[in-house]
Design a protein. Structure first.
Length: 400
């Protein structure tokens, strides 16, 4: 049996066309873009073309609104730290309870080290932001709002365009971690007021270690990495040319495949989801099933551990990931499941299946053939599944 890879929200395989585009920049076009000679100027021209490919995917107004970084984490850090440094008299951050650790860890650090006030906005059982709590948190001391466009565990989408407008009403900047959204849903930055946006290449069939930060023209920016004049003085260091070229090509391909992402991949996801829920029972889809990424589903299986499911799936050649952030010595489910108040009996058994354009119907058939048996086997071993010879009372989540 061929392996089945359904962990594309963690990382995607680099598209062979991306690799092909990158290769000449290791050996033939190896010049430094800052050099005055033709070796450098040719590379500089190629970097500009890559910037324009990403500009087209994002619907940005200008290619110079993009700053190349090492990935989503650096972009997130640069955006928030710059906003604090440039917003005089403002020392408050607003974010959500379900953000990526790249945001939440930084906010925790800033609270402890710089005395920054951080407002963490809760979500409901479907992972939807509490808009009223968000409105109340906004004020004259708010420097920046940072809200993810799409949740990495559930795929739930936030109304970032609306959130940006509300932030601007109090004079705050708005940043979105769009690492999971870019390349999967249409984005047009010319039609909204988002100030800054983070993306990462390895989420859209590009290489790892490369990303970008969009900074809208006119938004003041203070660099995180200082040194040379690269990136218009906004991010020092010799450009990672091969990876930038790869990111540009990946962006071009993502734009070309956008319709497929919205139709064929969504249909595969839905077939897998409905098949598992119907065959297995006593499981449910987490997040907002009406407003989410087309490639993502997270299913919580009651009374079993996600790690055990993943181990048996892996033995069967199927790769997915656990919605639970459990590690050795820790019994806590992920912060996303806790924020959504997913019942304890199900939060540990949440599994995320995330598709890409490389998946097909055979992958879905394989999962539907294998996973129900895995769940049945694990439940027979679970001390919580049987009590005095009986199965536990039926569980009917009200938010599915």
């Amino acid at each position: 049996m061929r392996p089945v890879y359904l962990d594309n929200n963690a990382t995607t395989r680099v598209d062979p066309r991306v690799v092909e585009a990158m290769l000449p920049f290791f050996t033939e076009q190896f010049g430094n873009a800052s050099s005055m000679h033709s070796f450098g100027s040719e590379v500089g021209t190629s970097l500009k073309a890559a910037r324009q490919q990403i500009q087209a995917l994002l619907g940005a107004a200008h290619d110079h609104e993009l700053i190349f970084t090492s990935g989503g984490t650096e972009s997130d850090n640069a955006a928030i730290l710059s906003a604090l440094d440039t917003q005089t008299g403002r020392d408050e951050i607003i974010t959500s309870a379900v953000e990526h650790p790249a945001i939440l860890s930084l906010c925790e650090y800033l609270e402890k080290s710089r005395g920054v006030t951080v407002h963490v906005i809760p979500v409901d059982a479907r992972g939807l932001l509490d808009i009223e709590a968000y409105r109340k948190a906004l004020g004259p001391k708010t420097a920046v709002v940072s809200m993810m466009w799409a949740n990495n565990e559930t795929g739930t989408l936030f109304p970032v365009e609306q959130l940006a407008e509300l932030a601007h009403e109090v004079g705050a900047l708005f940043h979105t971690d769009a690492v999971q959204a870019v390349g999967k849903i249409p984005i047009d930055l010319k039609s909204n007021t988002i100030d800054m946006l983070s993306l990462s290449g390895h989420k859209l069939h590009g290489p790892k270690g490369i990303g970008a930060l969009y900074v809208r023209k006119g938004v003041r920016f203070r660099p995180l990495v200082r040194g040379g004049h690269q990136e218009r003085g906004r991010r020092a260091g010799t450009e990672n040319t091969p990876s930038i070229i790869g990111l540009g090509k990946a962006a071009e391909l993502a734009l070309a495949h956008m319709e497929e992402e919205q139709t064929r991949i969504r249909a595969l996801r839905d077939r897998l989801e409905s098949g598992l829920v119907q065959q297995i029972g006593r499981c449910f889809v987490t997040g907002d099933t009406r407003n989410r990424l087309p490639n993502t589903c997270n299913i919580a299986f009651e009374y079993i551990e996600g790690e055990a499911i993943l181990l048996l799936m892996n033995k069967a050649g199927i790769a997915a990931s656990s919605g639970s952030a459990c590690t050795s010595g820790s019994l806590e489910p992920s912060h996303v499941m806790r924020a959504m108040k997913v019942p304890y009996t199900a939060a540990h058994g949440s599994i995320r299946f995330s598709f890409s354009r490389e998946n097909d119907g055979e992958d879905v058939d394989r999962v539907l053939d294998v996973v129900p048996g895995i769940i049945e086997k694990l439940r027979t071993l679970s001390p919580f599944w049987r009590k005095d010879g009986e199965k536990p009372a039926e569980f009917n989540p009200t938010y599915n």
